[in-house]
Design a protein. Sequence first.
Length: 272
Amino acid sequence: MKCQFRASLRNDAQLALQVTLILGKSLRIWFGGRVSFSGHADFMNRSEQICAALRTAILERALLPGMKLPEDSLGERFGSSRTIVRQALERLAAEGLVELRRNRGAVVATPSLEEARDLFDLRSQIEDLVVSRLVAKLSKSDLEALNAHVAKEIEAENGPEPVSIRLATEFHILMARLTESPVLIRYVEDVGYRCGLTLALYSRPHSTDCGIQEHREIIEALSNKDEARARDLMRHHLGAVADRALIKPEKEGRSLYLDALEPYARAVREEK
């Protein structure tokens, strides 16, 4: 199946060009096939734990766009060296969640609306491939994993909206992970996290009921091996997500305020 995907991707020059133009350097940096999700710290090394904590804090808007991320301050928070923190920041920069500025340190990224439009267009095409690969191999355990994740979304729907955005993003990354295609995992992870940051920054308030129901319908279509319906549902779902995202931005975040990071950092420190 992986060979078939690589052949189809080579034949799809337009998609390959879009991926290269939009993601640039980050798609040439591969950190391995595994996707890091919240709650899976046992499988991560120290740098990956910090990376996952920072990623969650960014997507949940505990760390706001434009906020400085000093290596020394983060090292103190996480009880780790600057070298390990720097590794985590470099990975987040490859994902588009952090900007590394020469001689000025790292800051939480602030994506533009123009970048956001390109990302959502690209995401729709890539996840179309995910559905096609997944519908042919979906197992009972895969369905259980998807339904368990939706249960987490339901549990969080009355809580802070950024948490719901993060969980929704991770649903799509989980789908890519279940394809067992390193290429799809890499592309969906890169694009998905950037879209999650865009949603956290730009999206207007909305009920999470629609998104959760759409996820349920996608799972149902996949379980019925109905590829055409699953692809249609995914396109409609991602189109609705993009419509919520591409609106007026909020003001830039505070330049330095890391106290909000403490709950995320404490969980990493306690893993020692």
